[in-house]
Design a protein around this ligand. Structure first.
Ligand SMILES: Cc1ncc(COP(=O)(O)O)c(C=O)c1O
Length: 360
């Protein structure tokens, strides 16, 4: 029996525009090969930085391209977080949590609900203890919960950051992977560009390209350049030039529409299957975009123990505890598998949550 993975937060293979990207890579090499096949500037490929600066209405010097956005997080954490207090959402993306702990940071999880981070929890954390090095948050279609921070809360968090001189890093790889609803302004925009921002072409084009970026305060760019120079010297310019060619040809928007339609069908398949199989026996949210939804099982179910049994039954997921969530929670990724597999995977999972009563 083939295992159905709700664990993998990766795009379905059909999302990847292989032929267009092959054409773009060739065109980039033919047009600018002598530049992109050499060492280059540590903040990345100039034309792509320029494009991003225009899109985000910031000075180009603040755009830092990295080999995937997680690399940018590693650099920022190295510079800012060693041995310091860092505020995060509870639950939050597991990789940054691990990176911060390995740097000896004190990771302080802040209360969240269906509307995202609770600003009162942030206010409490800011009025007690050491001033934090920064707040890391994923306000839109969050990994792992799929939740989105409401507009009012965004404003309140921007105000709190300003009042307390708090550096905030808004991680936004999923914002454009939107299936319905009005897009909300980013915290970065609401703050007039003061709040740090990171994003990536991993979800909008292809993760294997490893093209991510951060928008950082001017004072940090020099420090990041030093780290890049002593790590990989120059980020992968061929990948960045390929992305730039994809943008230049006007392929980005139609590709995004296509990817969103493919993923929306998967999100809908998961919601339909959950409703059919688990209505009344568990709670889950309805994410308006992104890759994930958050499943809350009855308190007596331990999701790690459920995973052991479900793996044998041919379906996997990630226990919510891996992200700092409660033991009975789980992250279900709908991005990778087909709608038919989602249907079957939810059926297998539901049979374990409350097996049908034996006939009398
Ligand atoms: C919230 C979040 N940030 C960052 C990343 C890393 O993305 P990239 O591929 O750009 O390194 C991911 C990947 O899943 C993610 O979910």
């Amino acid at each position: 029996m083939a295992v159905i993975s709700f664990a993998r937060g990766v795009p379905a293979p059909e999302c990847l525009a292989v032929d267009d990207l092959a054409d773009c890579a060739r065109a980039a090499l033919e047009r600018d090969g002598r530049t992109i096949l050499s060492y280059g500037p540590s903040p990345g490929y100039g034309p792509l930085r320029e494009w991003l600066a225009a899109r985000h209405e910031v000075d180009e010097s603040r755009i830092f391209l990295t080999n995937g956005s997680l690399q940018g997080f590693v650099f920022l954490a190295e510079r800012l977080a060693r041995g310091k207090r860092v505020l995060v959402e509870q639950p939050s993306y597991d990789r940054p949590l691990k990176i911060l702990r390995e740097l000896g940071a004190e990771v302080v999880p802040l209360r969240c609900d269906d509307d995202g981070l609770d600003p009162d929890a942030l206010a409490d954390a800011l009025s007690a203890g050491e001033p934090p090095a920064f707040l890391y948050l994923i306000p839109t279609f969050q990994n792992p919960s799929g939740r989105t921070l409401t507009a009012d809360r965004r404003r309140r968090i921007v105000e709190l950051a300003r009042e307390h001189g708090l550096f905030v890093l808004e991680d936004d790889p999923y914002g454009l992977i939107c299936y319905e609803g009005e897009p909300l302004p980013s915290l970065h925009e609401l703050s007039g560009g003061e709040i740090g921002y990171s994003s990536s072409f991993s979800k909008t084009i292809a993760p294997g390209l490893r093209v991510g970026y951060a928008i950082v305060p001017a004072a940090l760019t020099r420090k990041l350049e030093e780290l890049v120079a002593s790590t990989y010297i120059t980020p992968a310019l061929l990948a960045q030039a390929t992305v730039y060619e994809f943008l230049r040809r006007g392929l980005f928007e139609p590709n995004l529409e296509r990817v969103c339609a493919l993923l929306k069908a998967r999100r809908d398949a998961m919601l339909d299957a959950l409703e059919r199989e688990l209505e009344g026996r568990a709670r889950w949210n309805r994410p308006e975009g992104g890759y994930f939804l958050w499943l809350e099982l009855p308190d007596e179910i331990d999701a790690s123990e459920l995973l052991t049994r479900s793996s044998e039954a041919g379906v996997t997921f990630v226990p919510g505890a891996d992200f700092g969530g409660p033991p009975s929670s789980a992250r279900l990724a709908f991005s990778f598998v087909s709608p038919a597999e989602i249907d079957e995977g939810v059926r297998r999972l539901a049979a374990l949550v409350a097996p049908a009563a034996a006939p009398v």
